[in-house]
Design a protein. Structure first.
Lengths: 116, 318
């Protein structure tokens, strides 16, 4: 898995880390049951604070992609690949809607129509 | 030409000089030696060999080892391959071992009436140290990196822009090896006229340990370089600093070719392989001319990041 950050970007670092990992999870590597790199190792490699990495891991946990366990670290949950892809698409969708000036109610209306 | 002279000095002249010296001393001392001579010590001399046979065998072994070493090293040089220091050094030390042993055996036999009266054999340590020292010298004289090669045309990249930082981790596992190594001791134990149970258990334990160590590996890439960790315990491991890497490429390995499975070193090509399976692998071409192969999934991305970090390094002003 490739994690890439740009310290010059306006996007917060933890979001950049989370986005890279989400991309990797969407591609199916690491697979369910496998671990993400230890937060300390990833932080040292990217020369960022370990809490930044932990915050990214917490965001992925809240999205239902990984499980954070005291002993085993960050473990990928079954079905993470599809969920990660959906989260990415939903992010793009929300961004596109904002740019087009479409409100949340209208967007959910479009979604409901498409889903049924 | 100077390279050829250096390689020949290390692999032919140095061990050859020891060989010739040993031969001259053996012939000069012929009248002062008993026949047979003492050739084995266990505190006191407890084994003997006819002097002529011992001298001939030692000199022949030394000559064959020197010839093999020199031919291999020159062949490697001709093909533009590196002659690693370790190879030149260990080779020369090994080639000098037989003549060194010969002299160290002849010295305690000098001027004694019978082989039983030979002096202690501890002088052998001196000559072994001498052979080792010769190996070290040969390593420094004859160790050569390969000529700088052009960068490969198909150099992968992940498009890392200046100022960006990145981390990549890849792994590879060989579940088939896990099963094979787990089943081998069972098969041995169940064979007719098989081994005793304690022996089967012992083999099973060793098999399990070897499997745990070598059935999978993990490689990581960051701005500091490439780190390779084997197996469950992350050992053996190796860190290759970014500054010692020339370029990285992806390549396909065959399962048993390319030096074989496990942690392998080929002294002739200077290739070290960290390999748990055949298939995709990352190949690191080092500045020293050696190659490091790592069997790992998605090697294009890992190799691409290495190349991008190398490019960043040459443009970055620290």
């Amino acid at each position: 898995m490739l994690v890439r950050i740009d310290p010059a970007s306006t996007v917060p670092l933890f979001e950049q880390v989370a986005a890279s990992l989400r991309r990797a999870l969407a591609d199916g590597s690491p697979a369910p049951g496998e671990q993400l790199p230890p937060a300390r190792e990833l932080a040292a490699s990217l020369e960022i604070n370990v809490h930044t990495v932990l915050r990214a891991y917490a965001a992925l946990r809240d999205e239902g992609l990984i499980d954070l366990r005291r002993r085993r670290g960050a473990v990928v949950i079954g079905g993470a690949s599809a969920r990660a892809r959906l989260t990415e698409l939903a992010g793009e969708l929300a961004g596109e809607a904002k740019r087009a000036g479409i409100g949340f109610e209208e967007l959910t209306g479009i979604l409901k129509e498409k889903y049924s | 030409m100077t390279k050829l002279i250096r390689v020949l000095t290390a692999t032919a002249v140095l061990p050859g000089a020891v060989l010739v010296t040993a031969g001259l001393l053996a012939s000069a001392w012929a009248d002062r030696l008993p026949d047979p001579i003492a050739t084995h010590w266990n505190g006191a001399p407890d084994g003997s060999t006819p002097a002529g046979v011992f001298v001939t065998v030692c000199l022949a072994l030394g000559a064959v080892a020197t010839a093999i070493l020199a031919v291999t090293a020159v062949a490697a040089l001709r093909r533009g391959r590196p002659v690693p220091r370790v190879t030149a050094g260990v080779g020369a030390g090994f080639a000098a071992l037989a003549p060194a042993t010969l002299i160290s055996v002849l010295v305690p036999n000098l001027d004694v009436p019978d082989w039983h009266a030979a002096r202690g054999g501890s002088v052998v340590v001196l000559f072994l140290v001498g052979a080792t020292a010769l190996g070290v010298v040969a390593g420094f004289v004859g160790g050569l990196p390969s000529p700088v090669a052009e960068h490969s045309a198909d150099r992968p990249s992940v498009g890392l822009r200046p100022g960006q930082r990145a981390y990549w981790s890849g792994r590879a596992a060989n579940p088939a090896m896990l099963w094979a190594l787990a089943l081998v001791p069972v098969a041995i134990a169940l064979l007719p006229a098989g081994l005793s149970w304690p022996m089967a258990v012992w083999i099973a334990l060793v098999g399990t340990f070897v499997t745990a160590v070598t059935y999978r590996l993990k490689a990581t890439v960051d701005a500091k370089g490439v780190t390779i960790r084997f197996g469950l315990f992350g050992f053996p491991w190796r860190h290759v600093g970014l500054s010692s890497i020339r370029e990285a490429t992806a390549r396909e390995l065959s399962t048993f070719g390319d030096t074989g499975l496990g942690l392998r070193f080929n002294p002739v090509t200077g290739t070290t392989a960290y390999k748990v399976r055949g298939g995709p692998a990352m190949a690191l071409a080092l500045e020293s001319g050696r190659t490091v192969l790592v069997s790992v999934d998605d090697p294009e991305t890992g190799a691409g990041l290495v190349n991008d970090l190398l490019a960043q390094r040459t443009t970055r002003i620290d």
